[in-house]
Write a protein that binds this ligand. Sequence first.
Ligand SMILES: Cc1ncc(C[n+]2csc(CCOP(=O)(O)OP(=O)(O)O)c2C)c(N)n1
Ligand code: SF4
Length: 293
Amino acid sequence: MTAMIDAERLRKKYLRDGMLPTIFCNGCGHGAAFDYAFRAFEELGLDMDKVALASGIGCSSRIPGYINADGLHTAHGRALAFATGIKAANPDLTIVVFTGDGDCTGIGGNHFIHAARRNIDMTVILLNNFIYGMTGGQLAPTAPIGSISTTSPYGNIEQAFNICELAKALGAAYVARWPIFHPYQPIKSIKEGIQNKGFSLIELLSPCPTAYGRRNKLGEIDSLWKWYEDNTILIEDYEKAMDYGTEEEKEAVRGKFQVGVFQNVQKPGFFEEYDKLVQRIIAKEDERKGGAE
Ligand SMILES: Cc1ncc(C[n+]2csc(CCOP(=O)(O)OP(=O)(O)O)c2C)c(N)n1
Ligand code: SF4
């Protein structure tokens, strides 16, 4: 289905021509994310007047500016708080957030935790490049141990966030991680995330050649993208190796990023529960008034 969609027609429909070219460096993964998003919108047949985008600050957070839909480009780390506000004001809108690992799990970490815990109906497309790209390469909370950044010139010594495991533990309705160079799975996950009426997180591992790859000597663009291929493994293959593999097979997968769908469950969202609560209180109040007459 995806391959059959006419790319030129989609570009015209979803891209804001006046905003191009993008700010993205050669070999940056972020550009693919909005291509995937508008393919998902198209396949779902979304009415773009009923879609609202939100983002914080960062290279990744620039994405809504390129897409032909209403959106809020907000303050660094606050995308999910603004997105929650949009949903509260207009529950009929489909909310899609574009955010970076720094934006969402660094400065915005607390908003992330609570939006996921409350199961607020929105789809968060989180571009994880292990670094603060826009500001020149400071250490992000997702950077693997040993990562070189401007603020960790001798190598990162901090344990990295596993964003998907965190979201899963918080009870998010839909959680998936994919490397950005595989188009079909991210598109499918964005669609599934939008269709799931709860908090959906799609983490896309997105190379940043300029601020991360260069400093960490991951080579030219081709070998950098290959690094992601060599360092990711499907959840099922990881579990198989860990459960039944030899010590060597376990060692070979340990430390790789597991990719796939971590969680896909149906559960009531915050605003549904809130509406039920309001109805209960109104009914109780009516009952009390009736009794008093
Ligand atoms: C309150 C505040 N603090 C710091 C900044 C500076 N700042 C802008 S973008 C950014 C990091 C963005 O990193 P990330 O979200 O990972 O996105 P990327 O650029 O890597 O895509 C920082 C620290 C800011 N704009 N506002
Ligand atoms: S600095 Fe990194 S994240 Fe930002 S546009 Fe360049 S490659 Fe992409």
